[in-house]
Design a protein around this ligand. Structure first.
Ligand code: KG4
Ligand code: ZN
Length: 339
């Protein structure tokens, strides 16, 4: 089954063709990073304009790369939300129009649900053993999910304030490093001293699987404000190293806690933009090895950050479980939607 998937929830215009939920026949993405970088974050009006300019060339290139036409597509899929309302509109309107013009079913997909399925891309579903634990860490989410099957997903922990990706982005902004913060902060951290600054590791109550990153953000703010020379490259690298160390230790502690509480979970999946972080990936992989838990993250970094292939992977699972889902011809762009 070939699914043509669209993802325009934030600042990437992405289109992909995915076969049987795992084989990516083509993936094309137009990134808006350079357009938003001067503002230190995504400007919704600019994002909306660029999505509407780029969706068609991105779609055409994707079909060329997959060597198919829309007539060869079995179903369309689109991120229905959450995300920026005006960004979501381009994808949802484009997919709805194509669905009606070509009489092709359309499967609306929750963005986080897409991330949860991103580990399947380039692999085989047979590898996944349920129930499993999935940690989704992006610019808007930091969630633990206990997954009893591809569609049977229960949230068991979440951030109570900022998401970890948001903390990376705000840390970068305070240090004048541009947007998005994750890649640049982790690059700076590689050459910094992680012991110079000790930022708070917020664990909440003893049993809690929730997260909180706003205290870390405030600590970075105080450190930058009280520094005489905040543009000093050594200072910047050391803050980044201390910040990343704090994030890594917080995640390790919480993952240990989750696995202690849920010993029946034998696999751990790490997804979302922040899972592209090398230090975090390696530290979590080591933890899983020590605990005898199988570790999976995406097969390519580009499947960790926002992409359309993951939407195609999730849509395939939805269709497999209930072919009626593909009869849905409307989309729902409610930004507060639950999974
Ligand atoms: O999943 P994603 O692409 O978009 C959302 O759904 O939000 O995640 C974006 C987030 C941003 O906050 C970005 O700074 C972070 O992922 N990110 C990283 C890295 N690459 C992207 N964070 C840490 N290390 C990275 N290498
Ligand atoms: Zn995302």
């Amino acid at each position: 089954m070939k699914i043509l998937a669209f993802e325009t929830s934030c600042d990437d215009t992405a289109v992909s063709v995915v076969q049987d939920g795992v084989h990516v026949l083509a993936h094309v993405k137009h990134s808006q990073i350079e357009d938003h970088s001067p503002y230190g974050g995504v400007v919704p009006e600019i994002a909306a304009r660029l999505h509407s300019e780029h969706w068609r060339p991105v779609l055409e290139q994707c079909l060329r790369e997959a060597d198919i036409t829309i007539d060869d597509v079995d179903a369309l899929a689109v991120t229905k939300g959450p995300g920026l309302q005006t960004s979501l509109l381009t994808g949802t309107v484009a997919a709805s129009m194509l669905s009606q013009m070509y009489n092709t079913p359309l499967i609306p997909v929750h963005h986080v649900f897409g991330h949860i399925h991103s580990t399947a891309l380039g692999r085989s579903f047979e590898l996944f053993v349920y129930p499993l634990l999935c940690l989704t860490v992006s610019g808007g989410h930091t969630d633990f999910y206990e997954c009893h099957g591809p569609l049977d997903v229960i949230k068991i922990g979440q951030t109570l304030d900022d998401a970890a990706g948001e903390a990376f982005d705000k840390c970068a902004k305070m240090l004048g490093l541009g947007y998005p913060g994750g890649p640049i902060v982790s690059q700076m951290a590689e050459e910094g001293d992680p012991t110079r600054f000790h930022f708070p590791r917020i664990m909440l109550e003893k049993e809690s699987l929730n997260f909180s990153f706003s205290g870390l953000k405030a600590a970075i703010y105080r450190t930058v404000e009280s520094e005489k020379n905040p543009e000093d490259p050594v200072f910047i690298r050391d803050v980044c190293a201390g910040f990343q160390q704090c994030v890594v230790e917080t995640f390790l502690k919480k993952i240990h806690r989750a696995l202690d509480q849920k010993p029946h979970l034998k696999q751990f999946h790490f997804v979302g933009g922040v899972s592209a972080n090398k230090q975090l990936r390696e530290a979590i992989q080591d933890l899983c090895q020590t605990r005898g838990v199988q570790f999976y993250t995406t097969t390519k970094f580009l499947y960790s950050t926002d992409n359309a292939a993951m939407i195609g992977a999730a849509a395939y699972q939805m269709w497999k479980a209930n072919p009626d889902v593909a009869k849905i011809q409307y989309v729902d762009a409610n930004p507060r939607m639950v999974l």
